[in-house]
Design a protein around this ligand. Structure first.
Ligand SMILES: Nc1ncnc2c1ncn2[C@@H]1O[C@H](COP(=O)(O)OP(=O)(O)OP(=O)(O)O)[C@@H](O)[C@H]1O
Ligand SMILES: [Mg+2]
Length: 318
């Protein structure tokens, strides 16, 4: 019997940008993540991975709107919650770690204050307890001399340390779901491995779930249990890591994975042809213009369907 998903996104549509730069960036994306799953999201640049992640927390940039769709977390419809109800979900039930820690931390407060504040807000404890918790989290995320470092400002931290501090802040309330959007891009390779281990170990130990967005499929293979493949704002394939990586169904996933095999770890994938211009609407399969198997039937948009048990794809030929 299939369990109730922890998070379910149905037919998400996001519009973003002003005037002539206004794009239909997410076009009917659907996804599920169960408890204890670690879902990797891959797809070329501009495929809507970040905007999908931001939509879950309702943190889209000012010009972005969710035009349609539903997002359920533990059965609760997140898009119908008030802003104050949502602020109790963020940081407590669902946390996010962005790529650029330096920009995500507030330069005016010490690192310890920022972590303690998240804890105090959600757990309602004393300032003293929250400070102790902040030090505990800095210690748990491998910051040396955490008692002293808690008093430092973000600009006194290296990139790797700032990223750990951000992870400490994201994990301080033990969220059920952690979203990490390219959490190690820009860090040097040894630090990348340490930060990823930190995320993975914490998620496993606390029996929580993870959405990891990465261009690096070696990282996804190392950390995740499941994979979703996005293209031009849609999810074209979802399944277990093994199914998607060993036996991809969608021609897009096949092409994408092939690029990674050729270009190697950490490279941006390259598939012949152009991604569709997201300012316009399209009737059929969004990948058809670049797909070697495209035929007349691809003028109709394929829906994501369960082709094999727990292995979903949106392609007429699967
Ligand atoms: N603030 C914004 N204003 C206007 N357009 C935006 C904004 N943010 C994203 N977009 C557009 O929305 C589309 C999806 O962007 P998104 O950042 O979700 O892609 P992504 O898959 O995360 O890409 P990357 O792998 O490069 O991070 C892109 O066409 C992008 O240019
Ligand atoms: Mg992104």
């Amino acid at each position: 019997m299939s369990q109730n998903p922890l998070l379910e996104i149905k037919n998400l549509q996001v519009i973003i940008g002003r005037e002539e730069n206004r794009v239909h960036a997410v076009r009917g994306a659907s996804l599920k993540i169960n408890e204890k799953e670690r879902l990797g999201i891959i797809g070329e640049s501009g495929s809507g991975k970040t905007l999908t992640a931001l939509s879950i927390l309702r943190l889209l940039p000012a010009t972005g709107i969710i035009k349609e769709g539903e997002i359920y977390f533990q059965g609760k419809d997140l898009l119908s919650l008030s802003e104050s109800e949502m602020s109790y979900i963020r940081g407590k039930q669902i946390s996010i770690v962005f790529q650029n820690a330096a920009a995500a931390l507030n330069p005016l407060f010490t690192v310890g204050q920022q972590i303690a504040e998240v804890y105090r807000f959600h757990e309602g404890c004393s300032a003293h307890e929250a400070w102790a918790k902040a030090i505990e989290m800095l210690d748990a995320t491998g910051i040396p001399d955490p008692t002293r470092r808690a008093h430092a400002y973000p600009n006194q931290f290296s990139g790797g340390m700032a990223q750990r501090a951000l992870i400490a802040m994201a994990l301080v309330c033990s969220p059920k779901l952690l979203i990490a959007d390219e959490p190690t891009t820009g860090l040097d390779l040894t630090i990348q491995a340490q930060v990823l281990d930190l995320i993975k170990d914490h998620v496993i130990q606390s029996c929580s779930s993870l959405i990891l967005i990465s261009h690096d499929i070696a990282v996804i293979a190392e950390v995740c249990t499941n994979v979703a493949v996005m293209y031009a704002g849609d999810v074209l394939e979802v399944g277990s890591l093994e199914d998607v990586f060993q036996s991809p169904l969608s021609p897009y996933s096949k092409a994408l994975l092939k690029c990674f095999q050729i270009e190697g770890r950490g490279q941006q994938p390259y598939i012949a042809g152009k991604v569709p211009d997201l300012r316009f609407q399209y009737e059929g399969c969004l990948f058809a213009p670049r797909c070697e198997f495209a035929a007349d039937i691809c003028r109709n948009r394929p829906v994501l369907r369960e082709v094999k048990p727990n292995h979903w794809a949106a392609c007429h030929f699967t």
